[in-house]
Ligand binder design. Structure first.
Ligand code: CA
Length: 626
């Protein structure tokens, strides 16, 4: 924390923007170069004239202050900053914790009154990274088409028994919610109109999104319902991870950053133009003391106020390493942090100082997604029609092996043959997120259809299960897109960020149609949870206990040996066979029990035989132990 105190602002300065009591409310806005700041108080969240306007007074370090006496609960407010002789326009400030509809005005609420019953005893679950199994979900996609849902598309859907039961039955230990802070692109005033967005267009970083609440006009409702969701998930043993997007804002000119501290929060290039490393029109400047402190306070706020268990950092490669490490330091040890170790365009900051995947080794306790493993399994991001290992194409073994060990250094992984990274980038295996699909890009079913022409349903299911076997037996942190367990598709849409429900919704009817898919995912997850060998958590243990077997193309095989991680099973053999024919793999002669074979999982054992050759059926995974 010492490092944080040295940033220039008082610790907690942003977080203290509005302090409410029944006797009066104090306001403290950071506006470093302002000439004057007006505070407007409104009766409504939108429309009408201010009931009061107060000239704020300038305090130390560019903080402007005002105190308004009386009970302001239920009122709304904006700030208007004057700089260089110009009024910058009304804004709910930098750190509103509640807002009116569409996030135009801050709202004064009693935060304590938003706590659901039992909230005092609720806390983050504190799972170790080795115990995390992530289910990536969009609030609307997940529940909007479920006939049982009482609150389709809302935070509250995740408090409903059918939803909790589904997640518990699948066995995932964490739900990762796509942006659920207040974003701009869905009009909260007209939720009766068909609208959809992933939400990667931040408006107010510290407020839940209104369109996922049952009433976006009442500021306390979204806050309370978000907490109800967290509580219900925690009660079920499911950790809650929030997708956070500090790398850019919806736009520059009307953003809360720009209307309070012009050009402080954004990077510019050598020509003096706004840089666009996010690919969304702007890029924030995490290395600037104000943005750095802002991010630290915002992460901390979500962890403290909403008891969050983790964060997924969008385009983490836009942020600088030092800031990410300070965020790590500011959060409790077991709050998970992982991010996209890349940017969408080039950033106006030296790449060696950015939180890129290649620099993860400089960020202990922070993980990044492995595109090595993802693309080696299913084909590159850049070409939906190109296949890879799943089509038994040669040359992908080494990249998958890198993904199996968690992108750490391993004597049997030759990084010169890995697709993107020519050297290991993780120090510990839990710094790598293992996945084959996420919200971005084609989901697995669509990818298989696009890359393997003429693929039929049976083959598609075989390859889908094979792909996820690699993910769930990786020493990294396994991650799956919601709906994969019910064989979802998105009708071939690559970027469905704005597509209608018909593309994005989960196909709940598929639960009856493809029960074998759900059962297999469920089985793999149960296998991982029951057997510490699959989640050793330390690079040293992985190097000691995980050994690859020499096999031909279209195959990856490894052994977890000598009761790895204290496992009850002595040696575990995992073979992935993408070939269209059965393959034989040599093993020391012994009695083996299969637990995964030909698309089925049974931890009690499918079949036992004494043999020195394992036969692995076409396009499937085999897992045996002795
Ligand atoms: Ca919104």
């Amino acid at each position: 924390m010492a490092a944080i105190a040295a940033l220039g602002m008082n610790a907690g300065q942003f977080n203290n923007e509005v302090t409410y009591t029944k006797r009066g409310t104090t306001f403290a806005l950071v506006a470093q170069k302002a000439q004057s700041v007006n505070l407007n108080i409104y009766a409504e969240g939108t429309g009408g004239k201010p009931v009061k306007t107060v000239a704020m007074r300038k305090g130390e370090k560019g903080v402007w202050k005002a105190e308004v006496k009386g009970d302001l609960k239920g009122r709304f407010y904006t700030f208007n900053v004057k700089q260089d002789g110009k009024m910058l326009g009304e804004t709910p400030g930098l750190f509103a914790k509640a807002v009116g509809v569409n996030g135009k005005r801050g709202a004064i609420i009693d935060m304590a009154a938003t706590n659901p019953e039992g909230w005092e005893s609720d806390r983050a679950l504190g799972y170790a990274p080795t115990d995390i199994i992530v289910y990536e979900s969009h609030n609307r996609d997940f529940s909007v088409s479920c006939k049982e849902a009482r609150y389709p598309g809302k935070f509250l859907a995740l408090t409903e028994p059918w939803a909790i039961e589904h997640l518990k039955s699948l066995g995932v230990t964490a739900i990762h919610l796509l942006p659920s802070f207040d974003y701009a692109s869905v009009d909260e005033e007209h939720l009766d109109r068909p609208q959809f967005n992933w939400g990667y267009d931040p408006l107010n970083y510290n407020v839940p999104e209104g369109s996922y609440s049952t009433n976006p006009f009442k500021p306390e409702v979204r806050v309370k319902e978000f907490k109800q969701m967290v509580k219900a998930l925690h009660d079920a043993g499911i950790a809650v991870i929030l997708d956070v997007v500090y790398n850019h804002t919806m736009d520059i000119h009307n953003s809360n950053f720009q209307r309070t501290n012009p050009d402080v929060f954004y990077r510019k290039n050598d020509k003096g133009e706004y840089s666009d490393g996010s690919g969304c029109g702007n890029e924030t400047a995490s290395e600037h003391p104000l943005m750095r402190q802002y991010m630290i306070e915002s992460f901390k706020y979500w962890a403290d106020e909403y008891h969050l268990d983790g964060f997924r950092v969008d385009l983490m490669g836009v942020h600088d390493i030092a800031t990410m490490n300070l965020i790590r330091e500011a959060l409790p040890k077991n709050v998970l942090i992982y991010g996209e170790g890349w940017s969408a365009g080039s950033c106006a900051y030296p790449v060696e100082k950015l939180a890129m995947k290649a620099n993860v080794y400089q960020m202990p306790g922070i993980a990044a997604f492995s595109d090595e493993m993802r693309d080696a399994i299913r084909g590159p991001f850049s070409d939906d029609h190109q296949s890879a290992f799943l089509a038994a194409k040669p040359g992908h073994q080494e990249s998958i092996k890198a993904g199996i060990v968690g992108c750490i250094e391993h004597p049997q992984v030759d990084y010169s043959k890995v697709n993107y990274s020519k050297k290991p980038w993780a120090i510990e295996p839990t710094q790598m997120m293992a996945y084959v699909s996420c919200h971005d890009d084609l989901c697995l079913v669509d990818r298989l259809k696009a890359s393997i022409p003429g693929i039929g349903t049976d083959e598609l299911i075989r390859l889908d299960l094979l792909a996820q076997t690699a993910v769930f037996t990786s020493q990294g942190v396994p991650f799956m897109l919601s709906g994969e367990e019910m064989l979802r598709d998105k009708k071939g849409v690559h970027n469905s960020y704005i597509s209608p429900d018909s593309i994005n919704q989960l196909p709940w009817d598929n639960m009856q149609k493809y029960p074998q898919v759900f059962a297999y995912y469920q089985g793999l997850i149960a296998l991982r949870k029951a057997h510490p060998a699959f989640r050793l958590g330390s690079a040293e243990l992985v190097r000691k206990h995980l050994e690859f077997l020499p096999v031909g193309e279209g195959l990856v095989a490894f052994r977890l040996k000598d009761n790895a991680g204290g496992d009850a099973w002595r040696d575990i053999y995992v073979v992935l066979n993408a070939n269209k024919y059965a393959c034989m793999v040599d093993v020391p002669e012994d009695a083996y029990t299969s637990v995964v074979a030909a698309g089925k999982v049974n931890l009690d054992g499918i079949r036992s035989t004494t043999t020195s050759k394992l036969e692995v059926p076409a396009q499937s995974a085999l897992i045996v132990h002795n």
